[in-house]
Design a protein around this ligand. Sequence first.
Ligand code: DGL
Length: 269
Amino acid sequence: MTCLGLFDSGVGGLSVLRHLRAQLPAADLLYLADSAHVPYGPRPLAEVRAFSEAITRFLLAQGAQAVVVACNTASAAALKHLRTAFPDVPFVGMEPAVKPAAEQTRTGVVGVLATPATFQGELFNSVVERFAQGVRVLPQVCPGLVEQIEAGELEAPRTEALLRGWVEPLLAQDIDALVLGCTHYPFVIPLLEKIAGPGVRVVDPAPAVARQAARVLNGAGGGRPGRVTYYTTGDPEAFRQAVARLGVAPAPVRAARWDAAGLQVWLAD
Ligand code: DGL
């Protein structure tokens, strides 16, 4: 298997893509950013599920043989549905990394940063139930953070002020782990580590998800280095600039468009 599709509401899934490239250097990666609909987090789960199904169809039509749902919100809303709707396609999804945090906490308190939709999905509750018995899990939504990261404002005073407003109350409750439950958030790890200090472990699930994808794909690829292609349902130039600002490897960016009914994605260039 040599071609893997990934998607997210915007640039967040690039935090997964960079680890996938390291794990599967010979696989071709097709990455769709649904920039026309970012952010997904405040939307109803059913709407995100419909987007996810249409985007999966698009990625399969472009040649993807497996799909990484590189978005916690879309995983919470749609992963189960996608596995039923496309029974022959291997899927790898994101789930908040509560398990490693709960296993290693010494204070017995862990914070989770994620979107409202992720906390509403049954995936989050089932992860807490299965892996965090006896541990206090403190959920925290971060309205406006995805927009700051989309704009490349990784170190901006406003981004820092927002993060302090969410993280300091968690620190006051004695957390010693902060789980990143949204694929956008790893791009502000330096700022989070500065705010949280050395006593708090910031947990990014992306490396583990990339390893899981490599297992599913069975060490994909041929002899040549894999190619990356980006698709965006927004402005390709803006996406190119966002990729550069985040320090992710550049690659061709193609325009994709939703049809008027919002049911299908087409290649526009
Ligand atoms: N990066 C996404 C996630 O992992 C989506 C964030 C959003 O669009 O609100 O949840």
